[in-house]
Design a protein around this ligand. Structure first.
Ligand code: MG
Length: 114
């Protein structure tokens, strides 16, 4: 999948969510989408714990590699929806961040060398 396809889906989903939940002001949408990321991150955390058998027995049902992967996707999608609400050019922001991270590694001195 190309980034453009993903961002086209995010734009479509953004429109659908605005129709589904009405058009609250932008600040409310930003807050709601930030909370939604937290909800999805909790679901991902639950999947990770269950996938590694670190949950109580009663919470261990219906967790698979697929449900774990779905929750990773939910976190990405909800994060991209927040980025859209913040009117970010996510492609440019990601490029700049990747460059920053790469430079950090290029200039870092390995701490585990003698
Ligand atoms: Mg989810």
């Amino acid at each position: 999948m190309e980034l453009k396809q993903l961002l086209d889906f995010i734009a479509l989903e953004d429109d659908r969510l605005k129709l589904q939940y009405g058009h609250p002001d932008e600040t409310k949408r930003i807050l709601a989408r930030t909370v939604k990321i937290t909800e999805e991150l909790g679901e991902l955390s639950n999947e990770v714990l269950a996938f590694h058998s670190m949950q109580r027995k009663e919470k261990m049902d219906n967790h698979t590699k697929e449900t774990l992967h779905e929750e990773v996707a939910d976190v990405l999608i909800t994060t991209l929806l927040l980025a859209k609400t913040l009117n970010m050019d996510i492609e440019k922001v990601l490029e700049a961040k990747i460059e920053k991270i790469n430079k950090r590694h290029e200039t870092a001195t390995p701490s585990n060398t003698i």
